[in-house]
Design a protein around this ligand. Sequence first.
Ligand SMILES: Nc1nc2c(ncn2[C@@H]2O[C@H](COP(=O)(O)OP(=O)(O)OP(=O)(O)O)[C@@H](O)[C@H]2O)c(=O)[nH]1
Length: 365
Amino acid sequence: MADTSLENEVKNEEPVASGTEPTTPSDAEGPEPPSTSGRADAEPKKKKPTVVLIVGMAGTGKTTLLQRLNSHLHTVGKPPYVVNLDPAVTHVPYGPNIDIRDTVDYKNVMKQYGLGPNGGILTSCNLFATRFDQVIELCESKTDLDYILVDTAGQIEIFTWSASGAIITEAFASSFPTVVVYIVDTPRCTSPQTFMSNMLQAVSILYKTKLPLILAFNKVDVAKHDFAIEWMEDFEKFQEAIDSDSSYAASLSRSLCMVLDEFYRKLQSVGVSAYTGEGMPEFFEAVAGGAREYDSTYKVELERRKANRAAEEEKRKKAMMDKLKNDVKNSGEREVPLRKGVPDDFEDQFVEEPDSDDDDGYESG
Ligand SMILES: Nc1nc2c(ncn2[C@@H]2O[C@H](COP(=O)(O)OP(=O)(O)OP(=O)(O)O)[C@@H](O)[C@H]2O)c(=O)[nH]1
């Protein structure tokens, strides 16, 4: 059996990188507002870190970018909590605090269940998801944390379209402000059709998770992402780029670019380089924007669902009681008034009237 007990939590002790300290959006936002409870001894409300879920197609640079984000956050004095959810990764260049590989050995899982590599990764993620309540507890026990960075499996569909991916995403999103970052390999995206495939993948993730989504165009040290921004802002420019292609796929992409106009408006996009560190302040600005969007959308819906559940529970209890009362009535029995063991006036019989000159109300001796 795969050992799914969650015991290994490591301290993410990346050395602080040298260099100038860039400001982050949370710095710009200023200090936390003072407590409004009015009680001097009231416990300050615990700050909730933002979960940054990194997803993207194989080889887009998820792991390298996470390493860069980790190093940047150490530099600005906000060391994050890091979770690796890729069971098949051979080398993790950052020190994850929680690593799926400490809990499940994906090669053993493959052998044990007679699976291929993808089946092994999927089953490992499923086994790990059964322990995810403990991961959330660990994350919640951390104080003074601004970010939880989460790296996911190389095969994007294993995370975004599996039961375990949904469980893990929802577990994070019901406990913390959560933002999905979809990594795009910019140099591989300069062809309009590859760009469109990426956008379709991203749109499906946005509508499945219902969480704020940031498009991070990685590897801008090799190719700038200006062309992508232009295509997203002006669908005619995209159509011009694909004009010379008369294939069926190109004509599909032409039609889709108009439909996706609405989707693009819901997104924030940033250009980053995991190699050079370009775009880090903009990336965290987008994350802060995503966290605000989470508060005004996902969280509101979450609270509405909780309130609905409470109202439904009340309704269920009332229906049960009504049914019971009805049964009592139908069987000819009468409802009985509640009687206490001791009558209300029982004590009063033994209370003496205080003496008129004994004004403290106590008897002496
Ligand atoms: N030039 C350049 N190369 C990068 C950048 N980020 C990542 N790479 C390279 O892209 C390749 C893939 O990077 P990874 O970080 O392993 O990508 P990944 O998405 O985690 O890969 P899987 O988990 O296997 O899907 C590696 O060769 C990296 O060195 C970048 O910003 N610029």
